[in-house]
Design a protein around this ligand. Structure first.
Ligand code: GLV
Length: 336
């Protein structure tokens, strides 16, 4: 595969670029039409050495969350590298400070996945609160013998309180669903006040402890950085209601897996819905997988046709603008 990566560039006068996985044609076709593009052909990520060889001499690279873009990556690419276009809204896989120091533009793909991600957060919330996956397993296992007055009892959503940690675009889309659809009271915790959500939805910005103690559901929508890593640990779960449901559609390392497992196993909280784990994919021996009150999806929040096509279009725009030395459509650095 590494040999393929090295030989795949056509050696034309077009700008040399690499795309580290096949992305939707909505973006890929424009990239391959206007660049000397190598596209990693496997569904699995390129091994590190193959990735480093594939980016050598490139002016631009489209990366995925699974590609670590750091000093080693920039060294391997070489000084002609102008842009790294991440096919994701998050960019915790990229050392942005190092990119900026080297004059490499970084792009991401916001907005087009906001609603899909909020839908996923809400889907996990209702699935975990109403024990839907566990009930399906029960049916498939042939255990459904009768209607059970005290069986499969979950928690109500209507007019409950949701605590949203990280009130950015996705947090706000989740808040709108909870308020407009289910009449929930909205509490949020964020470094910044979000006046729009306060005005529109009557949301109240509170300290973390108040959010944890007051909320029936806690949904995390913050980015992963050294201050947020592990913020949902045993201390945080202990402050939540025993009937609470925890939802994470942001990044796995925001919660401590072992602590979440203990909280779910011991009844410290009622249930959890995760679209993200740490590591990804989750290890098949992870004890979280054996808990009926934990619903886990394989990081699919943006997996809708329009979101993925939109992401591909933005990723292509970012790449093509970047190799021309122009401002990106969705810049992470060099915003001016
Ligand atoms: C997915 O997690 C993304 O950041 O787009």
């Amino acid at each position: 595969m590494a040999l393929q990566a090295e030989s795949a560039h056509q050696g034309t006068s077009k700008p040399k670029v690499a795309v580290t996985r096949k992305i939707p044609a909505a973006g890929l076709d424009r990239i391959t039409a206007s660049c000397d593009a190598f596209v990693w052909p496997d569904p699995m990520p390129p091994p590190r050495d193959a990735l480093l060889r594939a980016v050598a001499g490139c002016e631009g690279v489209v990366t995925l969350l699974t590609d670590a873009v750091n000093g080693e990556f920039f060294d391997a690419a070489g000084p002609q590298l102008k842009v790294v276009s991440n096919f994701a809204v998050g960019f915790n896989n990229i050392d942005v400070a190092e990119a900026t120091r080297r004059g490499v533009r970084i792009g991401n793909t916001p907005n087009v996945l906001t609603d899909a991600t909020a839908d996923m957060a809400f889907a996990l919330l209702i699935a975990a609160a109403r024990r839907i996956v566990e009930s399906r397993d029960y049916v498939l296992a042939g255990k459904w013998k009768t209607w059970e007055p005290e069986g499969h009892v979950g928690v109500d959503l209507w007019e409950r309180t949701i605590g949203i940690v990280g009130m950015g675009r996705i947090g706000m889309a989740m808040a709108r669903r909870c308020r407009g659809g289910w009449g929930m009271r909205i509490l949020y915790h964020d470094r910044f006040a979000n006046e729009q959500v306060e005005r529109e939805l009557g949301a109240r910005r509170v300290e973390m402890d108040e959010l944890l103690g007051e909320s029936d559901f806690v949904s995390v929508h913050t980015d992963l950085n050294e201050t947020t890593r592990g913020m949902f640990n045993s201390g945080a779960f202990a402050k939540m209601k025993r009937s609470a449901v925890f939802i994470n559609t942001a990044r796995g390392p925001l919660h401590v897996h072992a602590d979440l497992h203990a909280a779910l196993r011991d009844g410290t909280i009622f249930a959890a819905g995760l679209d993200v784990t740490d590591p990804e994919p989750i290890s098949m021996s992870d004890p979280l997988l054996s808990l009926p009150n934990c619903v886990i999806a394989p990081h699919i929040a943006s997996a809708t046709v329009s979101s993925r096509n939109g992401m591909a279009e933005i990723a292509a725009d970012n790449l093509l603008l970047g190799i021309q030395g122009r401002s990106l459509r969705c810049p992470v650095n060099f915003q001016a």
